[in-house]
Ligand binder design. Structure first.
Ligand SMILES: [Zn+2]
Length: 287
């Protein structure tokens, strides 16, 4: 029978799995995306490059921590940068909500200082055109901070399984969606199919804005707004045109069939195989 190993050696062996896990994690978080390491926007005029799922933004603007009618939340994630047109839209939304006394609009992730891939949460949000807006409005900035304090999201607007709208869904939430969708700068908005269905059932009269509401997995406690390629960004690649109509018919019905409800969405993780547009290298390497 071999003699027992000395205590320090046994300790070293015991630590090997933890050490390997740490090295793997450290390697992934630093090598997966250099964009997350950049702390400030690049210099020069605002430039949107590529697509929301593979691109970047130069000369981005910084969304202030708060302004009339809005508060920017989860600032520690350092994702409050975007094209000036996106910031204008968010600021206008805050002002409109303030006039209606609905509370403060809580604005979540935009892009990193220069856009690009994120280490977690999103595949898109890369070129300064995307923003997440929480459906829940906050009475005060302190309440917003409390609501978003931990990693739990504010209440869902839809019930699990049935995807019927929950008690949290109401006039302020529909108002947020309609205000954003009616803005000509907006290209599309991603919402949970349950929310799209609720709006399809509720809206009478002019329904043209419903076309911009695109059903997607998740997006039940926040919605995701994407603006069009702004003027002065020739390297911005526009999205495919939206299908005609309000999208309340068969296209929406598919989302409630077992083939859709049974599907689980792929996790949003960095994709090292995706090569960013060449023009993004100049944005990334700017001092
Ligand atoms: Zn989003």
């Amino acid at each position: 029978m071999p003699r027992a190993l000395p205590y320090p050696v046994r300790l070293l062996f015991a630590a090997i799995p933890a050490l390997c896990a740490w090295l793997l994690w450290a390697g992934q978080t630093t090598a997966a995306t250099p964009w997350a390491a950049v702390i400030n926007p690049s210099r020069g005029p605002a430039q949107v490059i590529g697509t929301p799922a593979n691109g970047c933004v130069g000369g981005a603007d910084t969304l202030p921590e708060s302004g009339p009618g809005y508060v920017s939340v989860r600032r520690a994630r350092h994702r409050f940068y975007g094209h000036p047109e996106l910031l204008r839209l968010l600021e206008q939304l805050g002002q409109t909500a303030a006039r209606r006394h609905f509370g403060l609009v809580m604005i979540g992730d935009l892009s990193q200082p220069r856009g690009g891939q994120m280490p977690s949460s999103h595949h898109s949000h890369q070129n300064g055109l995307d923003a997440d807006i929480w459906f829940t409005l906050a009475p005060t900035p302190e309440a917003a901070r409390r609501l978003m304090d931990d990693q739990r999201d504010p209440p869902s607007m839809v019930l699990p399984v049935s995807l019927a709208s929950s008690n949290a869904w109401g006039e302020p939430q529909r108002f947020l969606l309609e205000s954003v969708a009616r803005n000509p700068a907006v290209d599309r908005i991603f919402v949970n199919p349950g929310i799209k269905r609720a709006v399809c059932n509720e809206v009478t009269g002019d329904r043209t804005w419903l076309r911009k509401l695109r059903p997607w997995w998740g997006h039940d406690s926040h919605f995701h707004v994407r603006i069009r390629c702004p003027a002065g960004s020739p390297k911005c690649e526009p999205q495919a045109a939206l299908p005609a109509g309000d999208g309340c018919g068969p296209e929406l019905a598919w989302w409630f069939k077992p083939e859709a409800t049974g599907k689980t969405r792929k996790k949003d993780e960095p994709r090292p195989d995706v090569i960013a547009p060449a023009a993004c290298m100049a944005v990334l390497s700017d001092r």
